[in-house]
Design a protein around this ligand. Sequence first.
Ligand SMILES: Nc1ncnc2c1ncn2[C@@H]1O[C@H](COP(=O)(O)OP(=O)(O)OP(=O)(O)O)[C@@H](O)[C@H]1O
Ligand SMILES: [Mg+2]
Length: 282
Amino acid sequence: MTAGSAVQVEGLSKSYGRLQAVRDLDLEVGYGEIFAILGPNGAGKSTTIEILEGHRKRDSGRVQVLGEDPADAGRSWRARIGIVLQETSDFGVLTVLETVRMFAKCYGEARARVPEELLELVGLTSSAGSRVRTLSGGQRRRLDVALGIIAQPELLFLDEPTTGFDPEARRQFWDLIRLLSSDGTTILLTTHYLEEAAALADRVAVVAGGRVAAVDSPARLTAHVNTAATVQWMDGDQLRVEHTDHPTEFIRQQSADGTELAQLTVTRPTLEDAYLQLIGMA
Ligand SMILES: Nc1ncnc2c1ncn2[C@@H]1O[C@H](COP(=O)(O)OP(=O)(O)OP(=O)(O)O)[C@@H](O)[C@H]1O
Ligand SMILES: [Mg+2]
């Protein structure tokens, strides 16, 4: 293993009874990276993240998170990581601001962000006085994110952080993640939104069946799979589709006699195409 990575995992395995959720998984996340784990339901993403957070015991393998083994790391290590679980916990009777204040007190004022500033950061200012149980799904998730970053962690785990976010909230969340990243926070997130991984992540791991199927930057993962471009246009009322490695030359030929190619589009494979191929769906 390379010294000096935020997360180092070698040969991690975990079974629930006879079900092997994680099989001999390797993973390395550098300090300062935004790293996304993609994979179908049941692939072992949450199990892996929970082991890295010290919330779940592993069967075997080597795990180092911020230089320590999460299975026996203490309070000082715990204070350096932030966690947003896939499942949210219940603070039903408190208001949003009361909940954040309660957490801020636990961490002590020196470490914790100022509650009002934190709510501003996650876009919850107008819900500060609302009881947590009355929040919408997306607002609730923003609170989870707020609580995850309240103590300014060095490493932030986010398990499906934007589930239930509307498109605007998702983009605000991306800005927040980029801001945290530019302050030096290492970010490890899972997501089912391929465009989220493409927009945010320095590197992506595709996990399937408890194993890592591929790790690379979104652009390189996409390029590996299929580089042909798809050219589409309307020929009268007929849709024409051509797959080619040389779209510029193809279009030049098609329009050499001055023909206008109606509704012309040129598209490249997306991360989603790469993902579907990697998990064997395409
Ligand atoms: N506490 C548990 N007890 C028994 N089986 C479990 C437990 N937690 C997870 N599993 C099983 O382990 C496998 C991996 O689950 P995990 O939650 O890690 O997947 P995931 O990749 O996070 O999926 P999702 O995208 O749906 O969140 C699944 O088959 C799941 O049913
Ligand atoms: Mg999960």
